[in-house]
Design a protein around this ligand. Sequence first.
Ligand SMILES: *Cc1c(COP(=O)(O)O)cnc(C)c1O
Length: 459
Amino acid sequence: MSKYDEIPYKIYLDEAEIPDKWYNVRADMKNKPAPLIHPGTLQPLKFEDMQPIFCDELIRQELNETDAYIPIPEPVHNFYKMYRPSPLTHATFLEKALDTPAHIFYKFEGNNTSGSHKLNSAIAQAYYAKEQGLKGVTTETGAGQWGTALSMACAFFGIDCKVYMVKVSYEQKPFRREVMRTYGASVTPSPSMDTNIGRKINAEHPGTTGSLGCAISEAVEVATSMPGYRYVLGSVLNQVLLHQSIIGLETKAACDKYGIKPDIIIGCAGGGSNLGGLIAPFMGEKLRGEADYRIIAIEPASCPSFTRGKFAYDFADTGMVCPMAKMYTLGHDFIPSANHAGGLRYHGMSTILSQLYHDGLMEARSVEQTAVFEAAELFARTEGILPAPESSHAIRAAIDEAIKCRETGEEKTIIFGLTGTGYFDMTAYESYNEGRMNDYVPTDEDLERGFATIPDLGL
Ligand SMILES: *Cc1c(COP(=O)(O)O)cnc(C)c1O
């Protein structure tokens, strides 16, 4: 007998229980995240400064640190009904395989065509662009999940979508590219020769396979030089964490309904949006002193922004055209080794999560690639779902915590975010299956080269 025996394997909330507001954790933070600043003036960005780049309503959300709840517009809420509420699953098969007294639950966000949580923010961003009367949006994509989600969202609201896709992914993931084109997006490998910054990066790093930072610079350049276009981003920004709070709000509702009390909440962290969304309401309770949780961010050892990065103002992109953010960063010029978890290869981190981590309200840990795929394999064989490499970082940590419980006999409750499926990542699984996967971890000298590119602003 265990305390959760009466709980269904899969908890599905009703459609009527989809939250109708997002939760803005900044409202409950005593130490607010540092503002984005203008790279020229070093002054905090105001609404007008951001207007050429971002959609108006999204800027308001970006700057809003006082309203705890922000209503979800009805058309976005209706779209959510296509694939939400997402299930919270009690991983009993995995628990059995691990022979652990721990209870493991996962919130699964892969149940939509884009295959990840990114659609939660994409649909909101496309909606606000449409409402503003814009022609279209530009963006970057790494592994392709964000570009896919955005192309679905733009198709739904009938606006144009231009995607700059990190070259290595463009070449390795032709299927993802074709999904985007099927939804009507145009997809360009980055760095391209169509933009000033793309030509410059190609000249300085001949043969480069690109990075998210480069692709961001290109997408911003195009958005700011074409009338009727704005740039949208799939992670890192406050507005994206806000939209992703739907994950945490549903998780919390399911926990409250069934008396589940998590001790540990785990998520993978690239730019921080799924983790920020999953933990939002739990962190809110923690900040208000109502409950306590251990919250753990998991990142790849090849791109260790939290665990080895510096907390400093840095550029959000390689081309230095974006605002600067105070965050845990490896330096905007840091180009990580070709880890297979494309969605986790970003040099920086959400300013919200950076501040929470800096204030000791959450932990971070890095894991190596082969161990991540071992966890993915065990998860696929026990729970059935073939996980995305990014998500598998969280699986690894959840398994490690459950193994600790086996050793200590503690019956802890662990919730982790299963952000997506890995069907388009079979090249990664192939290299794992053939024993060709490498676990490159940057040396201190590698990191020093990246840190050297963090500007010294004396802030
Ligand atoms: C993009 C992505 C991530 C990482 O992005 P965050 O903003 O840190 O959440 C994780 N998992 C999947 C499946 C992704 O597509």
